[in-house]
Design a protein around this ligand. Structure first.
Ligand code: 5GP
Ligand code: MN
Length: 341
């Protein structure tokens, strides 16, 4: 966003507005972190603010301040539709295409509100009046920090906001591990600690909250691991039956795909998780080096994301989906073999 645009947005937000903040469907740490931090900021500016998520968010994020105020669209359809219809501003965070909001796409597209997008995914759709899109950014939470900086509002960041933002940066960088982690990312994280984010407590609340059933489910997932050395690929499957047998809770499979990627000389990993209620198989793709899973997810799995982390879906059976993967991999054999790590 150019300086003039920021000034214009600042002027438009200088009087109280009706604002709706929207994360992507199945919001993750970065989505929930960025919406709760922005919510805090806008409420402090006397705006009338609502957060509406297309569906529920994982319970390991429910300790974040203001996360209890997030409306679940699936359970508040008419209330949420009214808020969207009445909104002056709609902030779209951590996604860049309205179809990522599932059933909210239709009411959002019909809204006359001014759209503000803050996002780091590739190939943004062109629907927002104010668009802060930067694919080199580690996370939307890092962008939110820069956004507040541009708005001359860094002094508005309190400990709760710092905690939300730190959480999103932590989760979206794989604990400051991915290549998207720059020296600026670490400086932002350091500033957030200065503003009250407790790194040890946040890490504990995010990562040390395993349940015995999640650990058992991880065991099942690892048992289902298939390695394809020819393609430097490893993949994991989980059927609905396996999820049910292990008391699956939303968020339990978060990070499982990284175990497949952690194998030596594997440059591409994928997990397939059956969702019987939606009649789909949800898939997550991860890669090392320059192997581009965003392109693969867009082309073959009806999804997208980033170069090294993307997601998508399959409408085939689990067996057909696995067969499809093998067929796809044939086209990528050279690219996979040539990937430098
Ligand atoms: P995850 O695999 O953790 O669900 O998502 C990895 C990355 O890909 C995230 O940045 C997420 O926003 C993006 N992503 C996940 N699923 C989809 C999808 O179905 N479509 C698109 N466009 N992006 C996705
Ligand atoms: Mn993100």
């Amino acid at each position: 966003m150019q300086k003039e645009e920021i000034q214009k947005l600042k002027a438009e937000l200088s009087t109280p507005q009706k604002i709706v903040i929207v994360p992507h469907k199945s919001p993750d740490g970065d989505a929930v972190g960025s919406i709760t931090a922005l919510y805090s900021f806008l409420v402090k500016q006397n705006h009338e603010v609502s957060m509406i998520s297309p569906n529920d968010f994982p319970s390991f994020l429910s300790w974040l301040t203001h996360s209890d105020k997030i409306l679940n669209y699936e359970q508040t359809r008419s209330e949420s539709d009214a808020l969207i219809a009445a909104a002056d501003f709609i902030f779209i965070l951590d996604h860049n295409a309205l179809h990522r909001t599932g059933d909210m796409e239709s009411p959002l597209s019909q809204s006359n509100a001014t759209f503000v997008m803050i996002d780091h995914h590739q190939q943004p759709d062109d629907f927002a009046t104010y668009m802060y899109s930067d694919t080199s950014m580690s996370s939307t939470c890092e962008m939110m920090y820069h956004f507040l900086d541009k708005m001359d509002a860094l002094d508005q960041i309190d400990a709760a906001m710092a905690t939300s933002l730190y959480t999103g940066i932590l989760t979206d960088t794989g604990s400051f591990k991915y290549r998207s982690t720059t020296s600026t990312t670490l400086r932002v994280a350091a500033n957030l600690i200065d503003k009250g984010a407790d790194s040890e407590a946040i890490n504990r609340k995010i990562y040390d909250v395993n349940t015995p059933s999640r650990m058992k489910l991880l065991g099942v997932a690892l048992n289902n691991l298939t390695v394809l050395p020819k393609y430097r690929t490893a993949f994991i499957t989980l059927t609905q039956q396996e999820l049910d047998d292990n008391n699956y809770q939303k968020g339990d499979t978060e990070g499982f795909v990284n175990y497949a990627l952690s194998l030596d000389d594997v440059v591409f990993a994928q997990i397939f998780i059956e969702k019987k209620d939606e009649s789909i198989i949800k898939t997550s793709l991860r890669s090392k080096g320059d192997f581009d899973v965003n392109e693969m997810a867009r082309k073959h799995w009806n999804g997208g994301g980033h170069k090294n982390a993307a997601g998508g879906r399959s409408e085939l059976s689990m067996q057909e989906t696995k067969d499809k993967l093998i067929l796809i991999l044939r086209d990528y054999e050279k690219a996979l073999q040539d990937t430098q790590i």
